[in-house]
Each structure stands twice: as structure tokens, then as C-alpha cells.
Write a protein that binds this ligand. Structure first.
Ligand SMILES: C[S@@+](CC[C@H](N)C(=O)[O-])C[C@H]1O[C@@H](n2cnc3c(N)ncnc32)[C@H](O)[C@@H]1O
Length: 262
């Protein structure tokens, strides 16, 4: 095991891993939108014809779900090439000829990529989504801030943003003890040397390796405020809707956040 710090290249490599690709492709084909996503997408994105941008689209689970809900102008992107291929083939199969574009791009460098601004260089999108904790899979707070700024730069004023995170503070008693132990490890410099910041986790299971930053509520509020987004709403998923066993097996409890570009 290398002690190198986790970087965006590490995360991209992990998402391109064949096991991980199969995991997200299965979810895109067979799981679809969570009930909570369905409810909040309908609540915050009221114009089905408005141009939407979906960051970290993976194998297209949410992209296809947006199309099924009636959204008719979708630009989705991901930085993992293998997942982009999966998303493109899913959309070709499910929605041939639909007004959906799937790009290969990095959320932290969106303005360098083609397809995210109109011909006059003006912000193109009237709404943005970064679902299933993708924003928190960007290592380093400065890079997550860059992604929020980049999304803001390609959205018009008043555009809603919807994303999810884990919640470091809303955890079980056992997890609280683990976080206290992690605090002690960081204080003593004995943390996993690959982690970038306190709150990071890097773990491996049958679906592959996952990097995840678990933020506090204050951290997200502060990050939205300095990147051109006004906080509008946040709630734990379990407070938005109960989910099926299949959704709970695919994804843990998380917090939904909605903000508006200012
Ligand atoms: C947990 S997966 C979610 C995939 C999909 N949205 C879903 O819900 O099934 C997070 C996604 O974010 C993507 N991602 C992470 N960092 C990214 C970045 N900097 N730029 C673009 N995509 C990124 C990953 O490649 C991955 O596909």
C-alpha cells in the first residue's frame, strides 16, 4: 500500500475500476432514482425544459431518471471515462435521440472544457445537480470549493443546485466513538497517511475502493456562501422519504442540500 495522498487521479482510477463500473452500471439500469431524489428534483427543478447540468453522472442513473421525469435538456458529465461510456450507452438505449449530452470533464475545471457555456461565453444552465455524494468524493476542500465555483460559473443567476453529502455530526453512538478515536489519531499524526483532511475516509469493499469526505453542516454552509450559492434547504434523506431495501443497500443515509446561485 502506497502512502501517497489521495488525489483526483486516485479517485478517477477507483471509479474506472471494472468492479466499480459494474456496480454503478447495475444501479443505472435497475435501481433508478431514489424516492427522495424524485421528490426533491421535482420540488427544486420546476421547469422541465430548462437546461440542466448534472455533475458526476456516473453510469447515468440520475441522467436517465431525469429524462423519465420529463426533463428535456440535460448536459451530464463525469471524469471517469469508463462510466461516461456506460452512461452514453444507457442513454442511447433508453432515450435515443433525446436532447442529452454526456461529456467527459472534471468538475474542478469545467470552464476549460467544451460544452458548458453558450456561444457568447455566457452561463448556460438553469439548474445543477451533483447527486449521491459525488462532490464529497473530490479530495481536498480547496478542490471541492473549486467544483462549487465552476458549477456556479456555468449556471445563470437563480439556478437551483441539488447535492448530497454524508453527515459527520448525525451519526450513531458507535460512529461518534470512532470519530473521537480519529481525532486522537490526527492529533498524534497517526492517521492514514493517504487522507488529505480530517473527515476523510478511504475504504474498500466488494464494490471497489471509495474516497469520501464527511463534512460538518457548518463546513457546507461556509463553502456555499463563498462560492456564489445561497443555502436554501437541507434535510436528512430519511426525513425526505423512506427508501426501498434496494436503495438502502446501494446507499447509506445522507443529507440533501439545495442552494440557489446568487
Ligand atoms: C458516487 S458516484 C455517483 C454516480 C451517479 N451520480 C449515481 O448516482 O449513480 C460519484 C461520481 O462522481 C464522479 N466524480 C467524482 N469527482 C469528480 C470530478 N472531479 N469531476 C467529475 N466527476 C467526478 C465519479 O467519477 C462518480 O461517477
Amino acid at each position: 500500500m502506497s502512502d501517497d495522498k489521495i488525489s483526483s487521479a486516485t479517485v478517477r482510477g477507483d471509479f474506472n475500476d471494472p468492479n466499480t463500473v459494474i456496480h454503478y452500471a447495475r444501479a443505472a439500469h435497475f435501481l433508478g432514482l431514489w424516492k427522495s431524489e424524485d421528490i426533491l428534483i421535482r420540488r427544486f427543478f420546476t421547469d422541465r425544459d430548462a437546461p440542466l447540468i448534472e455533475a458526476g453522472c456516473g453510469a447515468g442513473r440520475v441522467t436517465a431518471g431525469l429524462h423519465d421525469l420529463g426533463y428535456r435538456n440535460i448536459t451530464a458529465f463525469d471524469f471517469a471515462e469508463e462510466l461516461v461510456d456506460q452512461a452514453r450507452s444507457l442513454i442511447d438505449e433508453r432515450a435515443p435521440g433525446a436532447n442529452i449530452r454526456i461529456h467527459h470533464a472534471d468538475a474542478t475545471r469545467l470552464r476549460e472544457a467544451d460544452g458548458f457555456r453558450d456561444g457568447a461565453g455566457e452561463p448556460r444552465f438553469a439548474g445543477a445537480l451533483f447527486m449521491f455524494n459525488g462532490l464529497m468524493q473530490i479530495p481536498g476542500r480547496a478542490n471541492r470549493l473549486a467544483a462549487l465555483r465552476e458549477l456556479r460559473a456555468v449556471c445563470r443567476e437563480g439556478a437551483p443546485l441539488l447535492f448530497t453529502t454524508h453527515d459527520r455530526e448525525n451519526c450513531t453512538a458507535a460512529e461518534r466513538i470512532l470519530w473521537r478515536m480519529e481525532t486522537d489519531r490526527w492529533a498524534a499524526g497517526r492517521q492514514d497517511p493517504r487522507l488529505v483532511e480530517f473527515g476523510d475516509r478511504y475504504f474498500e469493499d466488494e464494490t471497489g475502493r471509495t474516497f469520501m469526505h464527511l463534512p460538518t453542516r457548518a463546513e457546507i454552509l461556509a463553502d456555499l456562501a463563498v462560492t456564489g450559492w445561497r443555502h436554501a434547504f437541507d434535510a436528512l434523506r430519511s426525513k425526505v422519504s423512506a427508501e426501498s431495501r434496494a436503495v438502502r443497500d446501494f446507499s447509506d443515509e445522507c443529507r440533501f442540500w439545495s442552494a440557489v446561485s446568487v
